[in-house]
Each structure stands twice: as C-alpha cells, then as structure tokens.
Unconditional design. Structure first.
Length: 689
C-alpha cells in the first residue's frame, strides 16, 4: 500500500470524525426566541423623491430576516418599491397620499410585525359622501400639522361610521365645509369598542361649518372643536359648532369636549329627541350664547358634572314647546337649572310637567309676554349674597308663575321682577288675575327672604277658598300695581303666621299690602300686624264665631259694603283684640271717610283693648236697628266679664255705638273704661229700649 493512499484514508477518516462530532453538537430550536419588529417612525415624504424606510431598530437573534409589504391607494407598481427584504427598503411616492407599510421579521418559526406610514404632499384630503367606514388616524409625523384636510362637506350616510381611532388626530376644514352625519350614520371616537381616544382636534383656520347630526348618531368625547359654526349647513336656519337636528337623533355621549372660538352657538338643538341622562357633561363652551335647545334638553345634563361656561356670556337659550304642550324630562332631577350662578333664557311660554329646581345665584330671563305654569313643583333656593333672579329679557314684562297641582312651591332668596303683566293661560289653565306668583293649590309653599318687584298685577295671588298652607316671611313687595298678597280669610293667618314675619311693602298709595277675600271657613288662631301703616284690605263680610285673637298693630280696612260680625256661638269662645298703647288695632273703611264700611257687630263674648273703630255706619248691620261704628248685641249671661276699654270710636256716619234692645249694656262710656267718642254723626251711644 503506498504512502499516498494511506494518507488519503487518514484524512477521510478525520473528516468523518469531525463531521459526526459537529452533528452531535447541534442545538434544538429555541422556543424562547424574542423578536421585536420596529418599522420606524411615521414620516413626511416629498412627491417623486426617494423615501427610505428604517427597520434597523428591530431586534432578535442573529440571522432574522426582513419582509416589507405595502398598502395604499396608489398601486405598488407605481411606487418603485425596492429592497423589500432588507432593513432599509426604498420607494418613490408619485402623488399626494398616505403610504402604509408593514414590516415582518422572521426567525425560524417566530415572527413579529410593526407598521409605519409615510405622508406626502401635506395632509390627506377627504370629503364628499363616504361609501365605506373611514377611520381617522394620527398619520402626520409633525404633531403641529393636520393629518387630514376636509375639502368639501364630509357626509356620513346610513350604515357608515366615521371614527377617530387614534389619539391627537388633527382634522383641518376648509371654509364652508363640515361633517354631516345623516340618518343611520355614526360619528364616534370610541376605539376598540370601549375607550375614547384623546385630544383630537377639529379645526378651521378661517372658520368652518361645524358638525351636523341629522337623525344620526354621535358618540364623541375629549375632542377639541376650534373655529366652528361660521356658516350654516344648507338645510339649517342657523349656524352652530355642533347642531343636533331631527327627532331620531341618537346622542350616545357628548362630554368632556372643548369648544374654542366658536362663531355661533357651541351646541344648537333644533328638535326634541330621546333623552339620555348624563350624556352631555363637562363640555367647555366658548360662545356668548353657548347653547340653544328645547328646554327638555336639560334632561341630558347632570348638575354634578356641569358644562363649563365661558367667563363672559349672555345666557343659555332654552325653548319651551309653547302654552299648549307640556314639557317633561324623564330623569329624577327634572328641569335642573344648575350649577349655581348660571344665566338662562326661557324663550316662550313654559308648561313644566316635571319638577323645577334652580341653583343659587342663577339668573333666568323670560321672553316678553311669556308665562310659566308649574305642574310638579318648583324649588328656587338662593342664599344671602347669591340670590336667584327671574326677570323679563332686556327689562321687558312677562306674565309670571302659575301653579295648580301637587309639588312644593318654594322660593328663598329669590327676586321676581317685571312679572304679572297679563293673565297666565297655559295647558288649559286660565288664571283669574295677573300676578308674579299665582297659586291654585293649597299646600307646601313658602316665600322667604324674597323680592317681588314691579309686578303688573298682584305680587302673590292664591285663588282657593279653602285653607292654604303657604307662608310668606321676610319678603319685600315693591311697586305692585294690585295688592301685594291676595289670600282667603281662613288662610290669612297661615300666610302671615309669625309676629316677626319681617315682610315689607313699598307700594303706591291705595295699593293694599294684603287683600283678604272669601273663604269656606273662618280663621282660627291669631292675626299679626303688617308693620307701620300697612293694612289688610277686607273684601268679605268677616263672620267670626270661634276663638280668634287680633294682635297689636293690626290695621284692617274694609271695602264698601263689608263688615265684621262677631256672631253668637252656643259654645263659649274667646274673641280678643289686643291693642297696646301706641300700637292699637284699627278698623277703618278703605276710603277713610265716614260711612265707607258697615261697622263692627259684637253679638258674643269679647275682650277688647286699644281698638280704634272709625268711618263705619255705611249701612245697618244684620239684625241691627241703626247704622253705627259698633252694634252691641250680646245676650248671653256673663256680660260683666266682657272687656271693652281704652278704645276710640269716631267718624261714624251713624251712631258711635248702638246697644240693641234686650242686650247687655256694657256702659261703654264709663270713665274708668277710658273709651273716647268723637265726630259720630248721630251721636256717641244709643241704648235701644
């Protein structure tokens, strides 16, 4: 065997041994391989200039491969897409548009992908009627530039959805363009079925139309709406940044959005549509008339998360349905004029079928000649220094409040100005008289620390003849053209039920502070004075059989043809007049002239001190024989227990006092009783035989 042949065998054996050794050392595939594809940042490209994509940030085991794919409106055959399996492929964009690329890196059986976008020629132009869903993304690398430019109205028809699916998308609108969501169309920035995208911006440098939802659906939050509402859409009468039109509009949510420099209303609602409570909250508004809407739109917002008004604005314009259509909201808060300190304008007759509540410091303007009918109560609670005000718009006159059904009617620290001009006639209800506050129900009302100013009729008017439990305390009545308060007899001391009631009256001469009219029962309890020369004008024959006390300072004036009858009661009762030195009780006629009212009859027990009775004797009282200021006709035993002293009887058109035949002679003129008689036409006292 030759040496060369032997050497060749040795070499071959060595190769085989080494080869077997290498095979034994091969590792199995690694299931923990980590691949991270990085397609690079979005870029701004130039038309007909080479753009290089950059996947060099991708990581993984040595030897992974690159694979790039393209998506876009421009065909791939026209973009000269090169080196698609390298880390840095290139292409040449031939036109304005969005060029989207997906990088996939592979190693053995593992892979990972990432996307990048190249925008050329500025923002992507969109407009016209959509034929398929459109997703708006953050495609512009420069965060200060718009991602999209709307060149004509972007119309979203039935079955189509316009979505903002990434944060900080900027959409610029050319002048005279906007978004029109038609019936069945949807505009939303809900992404992935649950989360809202953040801080997107809809803007127009020179102003744009805004967003019109016409029987479509909107679900939009945390979006900036800039310079909108410059011109109206073709089928709309008014411009607005956001217009909700049509009775089938679906407002899923419109909250936490911000309006900047709106040219007209931030939110305009032209029709009533199904209410979604708490769906319009915490929007930051900008226009001087931020919202104009049907008054039922209040059912969409919530006092605890209020919309934010600009520092300077006129009011929120709320439009009721009119005198013959009841406005109601379904949420438990009713018509909630909150938060505190907001200005509203009620733009017409308002028939409120739901409860009204008003936050402190609010100002509510009312359309000239309009009225408010309250069917379910009103709670108007201001506080000192943050009073609530209701007044006619631009100082004009309006009709005032009327209430006729259940629910409390409570006003505190509230001013009602320029009301009472005209009769309230709403919802089939017709008031008897004009009044700032007109009541046709009996319970649960109060008027405290309020001001009724410049009423064209009464201040407060209750039409009922039954007992009414409504109190008035510490309230100013100023310049009412008719009585400040009109109440029935049985309720008069329920309405003015405290000695320190604190009510004040600044009225022209001849205007009564309190007008007392007929009731189905007589009053029980006590009557307190109104302060100073203020008086009760009695337009009823006051017949008192039960216990009753008239306290010091009470001034009663009786209309012509009226009288006060202390009528006989088979049961012993106490009628007392408790005047005081320097603070007497006064009974007089309205005109203050002799014979201007009937007079006082005493046919049952009494205790009277410091009473002035004057100008009676207009007619002969029932069962009397002569005209007089006072007719005494007490027939019960115990006449010596009755008291009448320190009183003045004057200016009667007949006698001062007539003591009827067969009745007690109380010796009214006995010096110890200190009664005074002056200027009585027929004489001071006559005792009938």
């Amino acid at each position: 065997m030759s040496k060369n042949f032997l050497s060749l065998i040795i070499i071959l054996l060595s190769i085989i041994i080494v080869s077997c050794s290498n095979e034994d050392s091969v590792s199995p595939p690694d299931d923990t391989i980590v691949l991270v594809a990085k397609a690079g940042s979005n870029q701004q490209g130039e038309i007909n200039e080479t753009v290089t994509l950059n996947g060099t940030g991708s990581t993984g085991p040595s030897g992974f491969t690159y694979s790039w794919t393209y998506e876009g409106d421009v065909p791939e055959s026209e973009i000269n897409f090169q080196n698609k399996t390298s880390a840095t492929p290139t292409f040449i964009p031939p036109a304005i548009g969005v060029y989207s690329f997906t990088l996939t890196i592979n190693y053995q059986d593992s892979s990972d992908s990432d996307e990048t976008t190249v925008l050329t020629g500025g923002s992507l132009e969109i407009g016209g009627t959509l034929t398929e869903d459109l997703e708006l993304k953050n495609i512009q690398p420069n965060s200060s530039l718009p991602d999209y430019t709307v060149t004509s109205d972007l119309i979203v028809p039935d079955g189509i959805t316009l979505s903002i699916v990434e944060d900080e998308v900027i959409v610029a609108f050319n002048s005279e363009t906007g978004i029109h969501i038609q019936q069945g169309g949807t505009f939303t920035n809900v992404y992935n079925g649950q989360d809202y995208t953040f801080n997107s911006e809809l803007t127009g440098m020179d102003g744009w139309k805004g967003i019109l939802i016409e029987n479509g659906t909107i679900d939009l939050e945390q979006t900036l709406i800039v310079n909108a509402g410059k011109t109206a859409f073709a089928n709309q009468n008014e411009a607005a940044a956001v217009t909700l039109s049509g009775t089938q509009t679906n407002l899923t949510s419109f909250s936490d959005n911000e309006f900047v420099n709106s040219y007209s209303y931030d939110i305009l609602v032209t029709d009533k549509f199904p209410e979604v409570f708490r769906s319009v909250e915490s929007n930051k508004l900008s226009y001087n008339m931020p919202i104009k809407a049907p008054i039922t739109f209040m059912g969409f917002w919530f006092a605890e998360n209020p919309n934010i008004l600009p520092e300077t604005y006129d009011y929120i314009d709320l439009i009721p349905s009119g005198a013959n259509t009841k406005d109601e909201v379904t949420n438990v808060n009713g018509f909630s004029f909150y938060p505190s300190g907001i200005k509203y304008y009620i733009d017409g007759d308002f028939w409120a079928g739901s409860h009204i509540s008003v936050g402190r410091g609010s100002t509510i303007y009312i359309k000239e000649g309009a009225g408010i009918l309250v069917d379910s109560g009103i709670l108007s609670f201001g506080v000192e220094g943050e009073e609530i005000t209701y007044t006619g718009i631009d100082g004009k006159n309006w009709k005032g409040f009327a209430s006729r059904q259940s629910g409390s009617k409570s006003f505190k620290f509230t001013t009602i100005e320029n009301a009472g001009y005209g009769i309230n006639e709403l919802g089939g209800f017709l008031a008897e008289a004009p009044a700032a506050i007109y009541s046709a129900h009996f319970a649960g009302g109060q008027l405290e620390d309020c001001k009724i100013i410049n009423s064209g009729g009464f201040g407060y008017y209750n039409e009922l003849s039954r007992l009414v439990a409504e109190q008035i305390n510490r309230t100013l009545f100023k310049n009412t053209t008719q009585a400040a308060i009109r109440i029935n007899l049985v309720s008069v001391n329920e309405t003015i039920r405290k000695e320190d009631h604190g009510n004040t009256f600044e009225l022209d001469p001849g205007i009564p502070p309190v007008l007392v009219v007929e009731s189905d029962l007589e009053p029980v309890g006590q009557l307190y004075g109104l302060g100073g020369d203020n008086y009760y004008l009695i337009d009823i024959d006051w017949i008192q059989t039960g216990d009753f006390t008239i306290n010091a300072g009470v001034h009663l004036k009786f209309k012509s043809g009226r009288s006060f009858i202390r009528e006989f009661n088979p049961f012993v009762t106490l009628f007392a007049i408790k005047g005081e030195p320097g603070n007497p009780v006064i009974f007089d006629g309205e005109d203050g002239t002799p014979g201007s009212w009937g007079g006082l009859m005493l046919a049952d027990g009494f205790r009277i001190e410091h009473l002035i009775v004057k100008n009676g004797g207009e007619f002969i009282l029932p069962n009397a024989t002569e005209k007089a200021n006072i007719v005494s006709a007490y027939i019960r035993s115990g006449g010596d227990q009755q008291v009448f002293r320190n009183s003045t009887i004057s200016n009667s058109a007949g006698w001062g006092i007539v003591v009827e035949s067969g009745t007690w002679d109380f010796e009214f003129d006995e010096p110890a009783k200190n009664n005074t008689f002056t200027n009585n036409t027929s004489g001071d006292i006559i005792i009938k035989p």
